[in-house]
Design a protein around this ligand. Structure first.
Ligand code: CU
Length: 189
């Protein structure tokens, strides 16, 4: 199992160039994909292993150059090597360019939420089973919010992600999950 910080890469602004030095302290080679970032004329830092780069070997590091262009809001990054993406992922929060604002009123607070499938079994073992039998042998055991599967699981009943929302305040949750990106505003009143 690869452990990696599930933290947003921020603060960064629309149009910035971001340098991310990835240290692989896990047991498998890994690459990182910047999901939804167009990376114009910069495919060598886009992540698919053995297509645009070799995996970052365990115990080594690699610095990605991430070119932000028209992106604004919340995207996410994830590993792009075998099933390491199941546990290696996080959010990229891209603020509006300096001197500009999002096309909606400034909320009172913002909170990044990351949804993911959660497996009890080692995901690398699951991938090998899927390759052998032609499909997934199990569905995920749970979904996780910010890396925590919730109160029904002993491993997180002390650390389940909880969010307190003050009555009458506007909260802007920035949501990241596979294949989609959203930026809804919840109005709690
Ligand atoms: Cu992706």
């Amino acid at each position: 199992m690869i452990l990696f910080l599930r933290k947003p890469i921020s603060p960064t602004h629309k149009g910035d160039t971001v340098y991310v030095n990835v240290y692989n302290e896990g047991a498998y080679g890994v690459t990182i994909h910047w999901h939804g970032v167009k990376q114009p004329r910069n495919p060598w830092f886009d992540g698919p292993e053995y297509i645009t780069q070799c995996p970052i070997a365990p115990g080594t590091n690699f610095t990605y150059t991430v070119l932000l262009s028209s992106e604004e809001g919340t995207l996410f990054w994830h590993a792009h090597s075998d099933w390491t993406r199941a546990t290696v992922h996080g959010a990229i929060v891209i603020l509006p360019a300096e001197g500009t604002t999002y096309p909606f009123p400034q909320p009172d607070a913002e909170q990044t939420l990351i949804f993911a499938s959660w497996y009890k079994e080692d995901v690398q073992t699951l991938m090998e089973e899927a390759l052998k039998y032609g499909g997934l042998t199990v569905l995920s055991d749970s979904y996780a919010i910010n890396g925590e599967p919730g109160d029904f699981y002993d491993c997180s009943n002390e650390t389940t992600f909880r969010l307190k929302v003050d009555y009458g305040k506007n909260l802007s949750p920035t949501l990241s999950e596979y294949g989609t990106k959203h930026r809804p505003v919840l109005r709690h009143s």
